[in-house]
Design a protein around this ligand. Sequence first.
Ligand SMILES: [Zn+2]
Ligand SMILES: [Zn+2]
Length: 278
Amino acid sequence: MTPNPYRGTTIVFATMHGKDALARSAFRTVLDATVITPAGIDTDQFGTFAGDIPRTLSPLDAARAKARLGVAATGVPTSLASEGSFTTELGWTTRQTEHLLFLDQDRGIEVTESHSTTFPVAPGRHITTTAQALSHATTIGFPEQGLIIHSRDGARIITHKNLRTRDDLTLAIDHLLSENLAVSVMPDYRAHRSPARAAVIATLCARMAQRLGTPCPGCRAPGYGRVKVIPGLPCGLCGTPTHIPTADLHACTTCDTTHTHPRTPTTADPQWCDTCNP
Ligand SMILES: [Zn+2]
Ligand SMILES: [Zn+2]
């Protein structure tokens, strides 16, 4: 049997927010691999959550750019990088979509693991008093969950990212309000300041380690696994295809081997059917 090429190797995590700590244990356990992070790597250049550096790339392209940066900064040909996006739905709930990308520059292999979930932290809101800011900080879960104060003075965006205490927060808010600026208090989505986001990244890291340890049944290349979810599970009452997944498509990173894995159960509840429950 071909040995896994990543066993016992060093893999870079291109991060400036401690994401390597979220990958280390799974990569050690599954692949006996060591995850490192280069000092001084600047992944913020591809955009920040606070908006002070705009995001111009798609989330996957941003993850790919970070992984390439990890390779360039270290000379290690294998790098992980993640990119999260947060969108507020109906002004009330927030959806987190997280991509974890693995790049093997020497073998030309790229593997992505993604997850989309409801983010269990209140979204940002506009505030007009310090009391409102402190109250919303509590709602967000500060200080365990970090927060960002966001303001704007004409064209200039003002952000405060690294507040640790309610006193820091009070001082910063008082100052901005005294200048009559519009102020918002929002969650800090950076991995080292957001336990909920860190948990999702850790789950993706565990999936990635397993995936990289899985050889293609055709050519033995590493990283065989799910590349696509196929919707269309038929309604249990009338058979109409629904948007519920019916199968997972697994594919090789290198050759043309694919396999479709049907999901169970094999029919959908009629509540998801556009015909039975329009
Ligand atoms: Zn139906
Ligand atoms: Zn293959």
